[in-house]
Design a protein around this ligand. Structure first.
Ligand code: DGT
Ligand code: CA
Ligand code: CA
Ligand code: ZN
Length: 578
């Protein structure tokens, strides 16, 4: 929706809420709600429609509403709204946005229970006082509490993996409709940003089918509340509190809409500027010549960028952090992609703290089309994770040897590995005689998270058997901040010693900036899932997305090497440092 449409619709909606709270005339309340609806539903910019005289012709917007709209367009404010909002406590105004909490409910709580703030309201919900009022009851109050919880959650940003799995399910569900031409995830999720505000989905179809598509969308079984159901856009809140937006466009607009709704906003602003200087105009509807308004493209994203003489930047780097300049010079390299990935270097089985058996993990890696995997269970000092001592690793190897007999014939390789703890003094949790028998060693810090751990990591990298530093910054998204660390020194030492650094899918602990630095310095990295269950393994594509955000090229991503390349990588370090 155009920004001004959104702001205006919101103001009219709020005015209606306030009037309802104040017990105003229902006719006026409905008028405001209708205006809000019309403005958010119309496909075009309200400002353009106003000045072209089109808005004045739409039924449902009366003279006094038009005056308010004009006032907003000229001053950015509506005095009536400013006056009205002074009559209701700020907190209660916010609460009116919550699904299931309307102005009427709040008015009753205000009059009969003296509720003036959010805390007051939650209190009367919880202590049963609202439930005892006529027309409420326990069930209704429970629903309000649940709605409040979901609403609060929907305002938080979520971790990409959660968003990704939600979005994939919805895309699958939408594909039930055969009238859909194209469907794609857009917004920050398509850019593979580490955290996601809301989930955006874009669909192309003939206009006559749009109603059907939005109707299907709002009937998704996990829907808690429908925020908006329209012909071009619908928004839902799911039971898990997450907001999903769906937009429909005509097939010939697909590329321009996908480009627009992928963002980022910063990328789009910069791109529009370039287009303007070249005599073009871009919007979600296409790319046009500025003087004649002739449409010159927009069916694909490539049409937009190539009209401007640019490469199409991969979505993951569209953040205006230099990709536009590179695209103009056609200097964006071919980034690593999921098709390049030949294996996973870090996963756990039920020998330590994983959920699944070795064999189940093997089967899933094969299903993903891999050539190899590294079994990487925790070492002994990780007691809570049921870490393995040398004896148990040797037992595990017997099982691996058996599986190898079966799978190597099919060209699949199981590498004996571990995730060995880096101890407080930087030494490793396992002795040399077992370390040298592993095919691949991941070393990680799992203790003393508040201390500067630079020294421990540097020391671990000097060990000839350590091939990969697990979750180097120690950050675990949504659970733990990273420990203080001199990442530049870590990157230098990785280069010097031939050690790889992890891009850990489930933690997203290394930033795109540092990945980019590794690429510039020629430091090897490995994308891993750190899977603790079979179901985690497939999210490696999110890890690859994180790698792409750091401009990672296949050459510096160990997973793109075949089994021989991986063995050479291990051998080279052992030979150089022994
Ligand atoms: P999020 O949801 O906070 O993680 O971030 P996005 O990037 O998904 O943002 P969202 O959902 O507000 O909008 C989706 C895309 O639509 C955004 O990446 C670019 C485009 N877009 C939205 N509003 C504007 C705007 O005011 N100007 C421009 N140029 N693009 C916009
Ligand atoms: Ca979004
Ligand atoms: Ca959105
Ligand atoms: Zn770990």
């Amino acid at each position: 929706m155009h920004k001004k449409n959104k702001e205006l619709a919101n103001i009219f909606e709020r005015m209606a809420d306030i009037l309802e709270f104040l017990g105003d005339n229902p006719y006026r309340i409905n008028t405001y709600r209708r205006v809000a609806n019309v403005i958010s539903e119309m496909g075009e910019d309200v400002e353009e429609a106003f000045y072209s005289g089109k808005l004045q012709k739409i039924s449902g917007i009366g003279a006094s509403s038009l005056l308010k709209i004009e006032e907003f367009l000229k001053t950015g404010k509506i005095k009536k709204f400013e006056d009205l909002r002074k009559k209701v406590p700020e907190d209660l105004l916010d609460l009116m946005e919550v699904p299931g909490i309307g102005p009427k409910t709040l008015r009753i709580a205000y009059d009969k229970l003296g509720v003036r703030s959010k805390e007051d309201f939650i209190k009367v919900l919880k202590d049963g006082r609202l439930a005892r009022l006529k027309g409420f009851g326990e069930k209704k109050v429970k629903n309000i509490l649940r709605g409040l919880e979901i609403w609060e959650k929907s305002k938080e940003r979520i971790f990409i993996i959660e968003a990704y799995s939600i979005a994939e399910d919805i895309v699958e569900y939408m594909k039930d409709l055969d009238v859909i031409r194209d469907i794609s995830i857009a917004g920050s999720l398509r850019r593979m940003k580490e955290t996601i505000g809301d989930i955006d989905i874009l669909v192309s179809a003939e206009k006559g089918n749009w109603y059907k598509i939005h109707d299907h969308f709002v009937k998704y079984p996990e829907v808690h509340d429908v925020l908006l159901k329209g012909e071009t856009k619908s928004s839902i809140i799911l039971n898990n509190g997450r907001q999903v937006d769906l937009r429909t466009v005509e097939p010939y607009q697909w590329g321009s809409a996908l480009q627009y709704f992928t963002g980022s906003k910063e990328h789009n602003v910069h791109l529009r500027d370039i287009a303007k200087n070249m005599g073009y105009k871009i919007s979600e509807y296409g790319i046009f010549k500025a003087d004649t308004e002739e449409r010159v493209g927009g069916a694909t994203e490539d049409e937009i960028y190539s009209t401007l003489g640019m490469q199409t930047p991969p979505p993951e780097i569209r953040e205006d952090w230099g990709e536009i300049e590179l695209a103009m010079e056609h200097k964006i390299p071919e980034l690593v992609s999921i098709e390049d990935i030949k294996g996973d270097f870090h996963m756990h089985t039920n020998w330590s703290d994983g959920l699944n058996t070795l064999e189940e993990m093997v089967e899933e890696c094969i299903r993903l089309g891999y050539q190899y995997m590294v079994v990487g269970d925790h070492s002994q000092s990780s007691r809570v994770a049921n870490g393995l001592d040398p004896e148990r690793y040797r037992e595990q190897w017997k099982v691996i040897d058996k599986l190898r007999e079966r799978y190597e014939k099919e060209g699949f390789y199981i590498l004996k590995g571990c995730e060995v703890d880096i101890l407080p003094d930087g030494s490793l949790d396992l002795p040399k005689d077992i370390l040298e028998e592993f095919d691949f060693v991941v070393a990680s810090i799992h203790s003393r998270f508040s201390e500067d751990n630079t020294y421990r990591i540097l020391k671990a990298m000097e060990n000839p058997y350590v091939n990969l530093i697990g979750h180097p910054t120690g950050k675990a998204y949504g659970q733990r901040e990273g420990y203080p660390l001199d990442m530049d020194r870590v990157i230098e030492m990785a280069k010097e010693t031939g050690t790889a650094l992890e891009i850990n899918t489930f933690r997203a602990d290394i930033s795109p900036e540092y990945i980019r630095k590794c690429v510039e310095k020629g430091v090897m990295m490995a994308v891993v899932t750190d899977a603790h269950a079979v179901t985690h393994l497939k999210y490696i594509k999110v890890g690859v997305g994180l790698a792409r955000r750091g401009f990672a090229v296949p050459q510096y991503i160990l997973n793109t090497y075949d089994i021989e390349g991986v063995r050479d990588f291990v051998k080279r370090k052992r030979y150089a440092l022994k």
